[in-house]
Design a protein around this ligand. Structure first.
Ligand SMILES: [Zn+2]
Length: 238
């Protein structure tokens, strides 16, 4: 049986003899591993679209254990990601985040669309500092999508939605001014940074360096504490 779809190429690795295995995030079928027959041969027409960070269309045939790709074609390239070293690292971070946090074969068009939106935004960026923020925005929104984000809209201690002032890693979210003493290590969060923590947008023209670095710090530490598989590439350019 054949099936087709649109996908973002996540990674490839050696498999048997001349074959390789490609992992893709497909809009219709979720994250899947596909065998690329003779993909390691330079004459392979199937391999090209699977050998970079591309948006592709593909057809695959179901197999007993692994499905096999029978057609692939590039729909969209990300030229800046290909040519700009910094953007490339950040794109690989986004891809590793998806690869580590998303389980196989659970199709989620929202996650797919967000990944594509993040890659497109990264491709159009002029400033790598904003690129770093984008990577952590992507990670942050994905944590919520997967149900592992901290409580941001109300105090984790008393449930009040007012005067939220501190972030507590041990309590799992924001504390209000009355409850902040319950965690002496809680981090003071200015209103603008709280707006970043609670926003559901990938980017929103944020410019304050202090708020951005506070947001990145919280997103990084939270993800380290709450994801089972470390995202190694995030250690690359902290
Ligand atoms: Zn409270």
């Amino acid at each position: 049986m054949l099936y087709s779809g649109q996908a973002i190429v996540l990674k490839r690795r050696a498999f048997k003899e001349n074959d390789f295995l490609a992992t893709i995030l497909s809009k219709e079928h979720g994250k899947i591993d596909l065998v690329v027959k003779s993909g390691a041969k330079i004459t392979s027409k199937l391999a090209g679209p699977l050998s970079g960070i591309y948006l592709i269309e593909f057809t695959a045939a179901r197999g007993r254990e692994l499905d096999r790709i029978t057609f692939s074609s590039i729909i969209e390239r990300f030229d800046s990601i290909e040519s700009n070293w910094e953007a490339r690292i950040q794109a690989l971070q986004i891809i590793e985040i998806i690869d580590r946090l998303i389980s196989e074969k659970s199709a989620d068009p929202e996650i797919y669309n967000q990944t594509l939106e993040a890659l497109r935004a990264l491709n159009n960026l002029k400033n790598e500092k904003v690129g770093k923020l984008l990577v952590y925005r992507f990670l942050w929104l994905l944590l919520y999508k997967l149900g592992t984000g901290p409580e941001i809209k109300s105090c984790v201690n008393c449930k009040s939605g007012e005067n939220l002032s501190h972030f507590s890693f041990s309590h799992g979210g924001m504390l209000c001014a009355d409850c902040r003493q319950t965690d002496s290590t809680a981090e003071n969060i200015p209103n603008a940074a709280l707006a970043m923590l609670s926003s559901s947008k990938l980017s929103n023209g944020w410019t304050s360096a202090n708020d951005i670095s506070l947001f990145i710090k919280i997103a990084r530490l939270w993800s380290e504490q709450h994801t089972h598989r470390p995202i190694k590439s995030l250690n690359f350019n902290q």
